[in-house]
Design a protein around this ligand. Structure first.
Ligand SMILES: CC(=O)SCCNC(=O)CCNC(=O)[C@H](O)C(C)(C)COP(=O)(O)OP(=O)(O)OC[C@H]1O[C@@H](n2cnc3c(N)ncnc32)[C@H](O)[C@@H]1OP(=O)(O)O
Length: 169
């Protein structure tokens, strides 16, 4: 199975914040942003694997800045690393200034998707081949994050999380 680059499956979704999607402070409701990120990440993981994909875990979300009603919001999703059947997808979220068009990063998140067959059983995915320095950094850190996610989910014993433990010794 030939390795693919993050840019081959990169997904960019831009949409407005409408009144039905806000909290009482008139900022984008967190759950709405999670759903937008899930859709973008799912498209990306599907493009990379060319298989059915399911969300296995939301590993990290940082709601850095509130996103006001009427904002133009762009979600960019890229596969940072592919393992056997799972893929880590990193999301960067931006708003843009109406007049200058300048984009400001407001949120980031990391999701894990698993490629499955028609019965829902995990299937192998192609490896990822980082091209840029940032892609390489995210690739290098992804195994630690996978181990942390598995430990928190009770699917890996802390003792076996060797990459993660190496951070603390
Ligand atoms: C797009 C959507 O919104 S889909 C709807 C929401 N999602 C779902 O309904 C998914 C429901 N869950 C499932 O179907 C299953 O739990 C699956 C497919 C995610 C995993 O199935 P399992 O039987 O646990 O398979 P298994 O233990 O072999 O794990 C498969 C892969 O997922 C990874 N994985 C499973 N759980 C986690 C987790 N919490 N964090 C990170 N990786 C995980 C495993 O490490 C493994 O990765 P690898 O093959 O790359 O080494």
């Amino acid at each position: 199975m030939e390795a693919r680059t993050p840019s081959e499956s990169r997904t960019v979704m831009t949409d407005l914040v409408l009144p039905g999607e806000t909290n009482p402070l008139n900022n984008l409701f967190g759950g709405e942003l999670l759903a937008r990120m899930d859709r973008a990440a799912g498209i990306t993981a599907g493009r990379h694997s060319r298989r059915i994909v399911v969300t296995a875990s939301v590993n990290h979300v940082a709601f850095g800045k509130a996103i006001p009603l009427g904002s133009v919001v762009t979600v960019e999703a890229k596969v940072s690393r592919a393992f056997n059947s799972s893929m880590e997808v990193v999301l960067d979220v931006y708003t843009e200034d109406r007049q200058s068009g300048h984009q400001t990063k407001v949120n980031e998140a990391i999701y894990t998707f698993v490629a499955v067959d028609e019965t829902g059983a995990p299937v192998k995915v192609p490896e990822i081949k980082p091209e840029t320095e940032l892609e390489q950094q995210r690739y290098d850190a992804a195994l630690r994050r996978k181990q942390l996610s598995l430990v928190l989910a009770g699917k890996m014993k802390p003792h076996d999380a060797t990459e993660l433990k190496a951070l603390f010794v």
